[in-house]
Design a protein around this ligand. Structure first.
Ligand code: IMP
Length: 430
């Protein structure tokens, strides 16, 4: 039985929600392994729309176990709010169907505040973060001073941990002219949420090992996209976690052999939110058209996404850095009716042709896309459920993408509805 990792192959917002939902119906366990509530997944089930940020998508389907792995940063206040919201929509959430890794670090109010202050500051680099405290929380994890979920269970040792964390943060806060935070106030904050979280806490590494041995199908649900990866993305305009598929193992406590198939979710054009290089960005009426037609604004933040042509260079790179076996191509219907469609097949940098995204920030900002132009199609592809329903030019476009990125299309999504999907290869049957 194959275990599948789903990753975004561009800058996030590729339409992972629908594909993850499609796959989670076939999975026994759904695991989040990186990021936090900076993610935004929309699932439409029987006409009802569910918006998830932190919780794994498996929760909205009955009979699945959902797991928040150690690689995720957990905002306890947000956790409580999202659980309440979903319960309000009739979704059952209990320790029977949701577990949180005991070694997951917490996002605290001071992280959110620091994220917002840095983003609002006029000095330094603006990343355009979601201001959810993701970066500062990961900094504390790597700095070995984070408060982790398991710490909530041991109030006797919590205070020294808080003091250690605050000795770092209060020094920063003094430097920024902010009021210091008292250890008692933080103790109060943490103990007030402990009872809401602790019932869900588990040894996730052990649980997943048991499930795997018992033959369960595990779906690893990635958030953001590979170009936002802290190592392989458009650094420093990235998120603070590893978003590539390899993180599925480390972020859940499994070995690399636990992953059998990597599915890269790929939008038929390109979008990006926040700052940073975007070689194929369209600052014209076509970019505007893609944004409006594709409803390109953030699920949770409401931010407008930047739009541009499909960039085969970055997806080809992601196919390699994430070991993508096949892609799920989404939102092809947004291109319906365009007379011509361009695809970026390479870049020009300082008069040289290159076939990769360079690592340096300056070079990334300087690359110029080399386009090939394909004829568009006037028919609609929305709702197509077989190749035969697609216009010839649309099939040609899809086939050319496969050739350029070096990976086959395993699934083609033609609308937000789950059944509007053309299945070429079921990733779980690998
Ligand atoms: P952070 O993850 O909030 O620190 O934001 C860092 C960068 O990642 C910013 O450019 C955000 O816009 C981007 N980002 C974070 N989460 C998502 C997501 O779910 N979709 C798309 N972009 C995201």
């Amino acid at each position: 039985m194959a275990n599948v990792v789903v990753v975004g192959s561009q800058w996030g917002d590729e339409g992972k929600g629908k594909i993850v939902d499609w796959l989670s119906e076939r999975a026994d366990v759904v695991v989040r392994y990186q990021g936090g509530h900076n993610a935004g997944h929309t699932l439409v089930i029987d006409g009802v729309s569910y918006k998830l940020a932190l919780l794994p998508s498996g929760l909205v389907r009955g009979g699945k176990l959902s797991v928040i792995g150690n690689g995720v940063v957990v905002d306890p206040h947000h956790f409580v709010a999202e659980v309440d919201k979903l319960r309000g929509q009739g979704v059952e959430i209990t320790p029977e169907n949701l577990r949180i890794a005991e070694n997951a670090p917490l996002i605290l109010s001071l992280h959110r505040e620091l994220d917002a202050i840095r983003e609002g500051s006029n000095t330094g680099l603006r990343i355009g973060t979601t201001k959810r405290g993701i970066g500062p929380a990961y900094e504390d994890k790597v700095g070995r001073r984070a408060i982790r979920v398991v710490d909530l269970a041991d109030t006797d040792t919590l205070m020294p941990k808080i003091e250690r964390l605050l000795s770092h943060h209060n020094a920063l806060r003094r430097g920024m002219g902010l009021e210091e935070i008292s250890a008692d106030a933080m103790f109060e904050e943490l103990t007030s949420v402990a009872a809401d979280i602790l019932p869900f806490v588990d040894q996730v590494w052990r649980l997943l090992d048991e499930k795997r041995r018992a033959g369960a199908r595990i779906l690893f649900e990635g958030a953001q996209g590979a170009l936002l990866d802290n190592d392989h993305g458009t650094y420093p305009f990235v998120t603070s976690s590893n978003t590539v598929a390899g993180q599925a193992a480390a972020g859940s406590g499994m070995g690399p052999g636990a992953v059998d198939y990597v599915l890269g979710i790929t939008k038929a054009y390109t979008t990006r939110v926040g700052e940073g290089p975007f070689p194929t960005e369209l600052d014209d009426e076509i970019g505007e058209y893609l944004g409006v037609t594709g409803k390109e604004w953030g699920v949770n933040t409401g931010r407008k996404r930047r739009c541009g042509w499909f960039d085969a260079v970055i997806v080809r790179q992601t196919v390699k850095t994430s070991g993508i076996n096949g892609i799920a191509l989404t939102k092809l219907d947004v291109l319906d009716g365009l007379k011509e469609i361009k695809i970026c097949v390479g870049y020009e940098l300082d008069g040289q042709k290159i076939d990769y995204l360079p690592a340096s920030m300056g070079a990334q900002a300087g690359v110029k896309p080399i386009y090939e132009t394909l004829e568009g199609w006037s028919e609609t592809t929305a709702g197509a459920r077989s190749w035969a329903e697609l216009p010839a030019q649309a099939v040609k476009y899809v086939r050319y993408i496969e050739e350029l990125i070096g990976a086959p299309v395993a699934m083609l999504s033609t609308s937000p509805e789950r059944l509007d999907t053309i299945l070429v290869h079921d990733p779980f049957q690998d």
